[in-house]
Design a binder for this molecule. Structure first.
Ligand code: ACO
Length: 321
């Protein structure tokens, strides 16, 4: 059966850097606390004039160039985001228009920090079933626009960014070998952005992220390990076969805990959260793009991408590069 294969990547981060010391001027926190409890040293914050589609566009242009792909060849555009420019049109349609991807169906996918893994599973299915030959998949978010800068439990964690990949088809046993996506809606209340939807269009409940950090932490540790193990099992592989794990970049303690339990040495786990914090749906494709640029991935390597987030949701994809 045809497999879906990543043939180009790109990413974009807004230029403004906000350090932990900058945040210590806003809330009762310190650089030492944030480093120790999260591993984050700084994050990027977009300015008022920059919307999610602006970052997505810059990341997509780089990915198209890397994949040597003309926009007209793209038949499917999926933008994974929970911070679209507006309720509609979708960021996918905005990108389609700006890049003249005239032969594509375009839509947004909402699975928060799991978005890219949900999107990869979806886009891969389109390619595997022959519904399209080339797809654009973007993870892009500007969560800093929805942070309560007086809440030290959330404002220290997040940053903005976008990552994009172009998917093509592979005839041999390579590309996305196995894919797992799952939701646990009964845990939805531990991570919410209640204002602004149809239940509260006037945002009487506020327009900010609300999170029970400890509960999200427990969930993340559980599902990160189980989903990586499951996706490996689906392809008859073991943790020792992994060449690089690219996990959602939320908290170094979550990543270290799971890596240790799975017997993965540090050099087999990609981490860049110290520079960007949690960029939500963008975190995995940005990490993938940087891992490639740093030469951490070579042809034939077995890569696992994984994510977890609001919903609550989680997902993992096993890729032979
Ligand atoms: N600076 C200083 N002290 C703080 C801060 C801060 N920024 N934040 C919390 N504290 C305090 C708390 O008030 C608490 O004090 P107390 O003991 O006097 O009550 C103490 O530190 C410990 O608080 P915890 O919440 O237990 O701290 P924890 O070690 O769990 O770290 C954190 C908090 C970093 C939020 C952690 O729970 C975490 O990373 N959770 C997962 C978050 C996550 O991954 N979210 C993903 C979102 S994905 C998406 O879809 C958007």
């Amino acid at each position: 059966m045809t497999k879906a294969k990543i043939i180009g990547t790109g990413s974009c981060l807004p230029p403004k850097v906000v350090t932990n010391d900058d945040l210590a001027k806003l809330v009762e926190t310190s650089d030492a606390w944030i480093r120790e409890r999260t591993g984050i040293l700084e994050r990027r914050v977009s300015d008022a004039a920059t919307a999610t589609s602006d970052l997505a566009l810059a990341a997509t242009e780089k990915a198209l160039k890397a994949a040597k792909t003309d926009p007209a060849e793209i038949e499917l555009v999926i933008v994974c985001t929970t911070t679209p420019d507006m309720l509609f049109p979708s960021v996918g349609c905005i990108l389609q228009d700006k890049l003249k991807m005239v032969n594509a169906a375009a839509f947004d996918l909402s699975a928060a920090c799991s978005g890219f893994n949900f999107g990869l599973s979806t886009a891969a299915s389109f390619i595997e079933t022959g519904k399209c030959k080339k797809a654009l998949l973007v993870g892009a978010d500007t969560l800093t626009k929805y942070l309560d800068w007086t809440d030290r439990g959330t404002c220290i964690l997040f940053g903005d960014g976008a990552g994009a990949v172009i998917l093509g088809s592979a005839e041999k046993e390579e590309g996305v070998l196995a894919s797992l996506i799952m939701s646990e809606g009964h845990l939805g209340s531990v991570l919410t952005m209640p204002g602004g939807g149809s239940r509260d269009p006037e945002q009487k409940n506020g327009r900010f992220i609300r999170m029970n950090g400890r509960e999200v932490f427990k969930f993340a540790v559980r599902v990160l390990e189980s989903s990586v193990r499951k996706v490996l099992e689906m392809a008859g592989k073991a943790p020792s076969d992994i060449d690089l794990l690219v996990p959602h970049q939320a908290n170094i303690r979550i990543i270290d805990h799971v890596s240790k339990k799975m017997g993965l040495p540090k050099e087999k786990v990609y981490v860049n959260l110290q520079k960007y914090g949690n960029t939500s749906a963008a975190s995995v494709p940005i990490a993938l793009d940087e891992a490639l640029a740093e030469g951490r991935i070579k042809s034939g390597d077995l890569i696992v991408l994984s994510g977890f987030g609001a919903g609550l949701t989680y997902g993992a994809n096993l890729i032979k590069w």
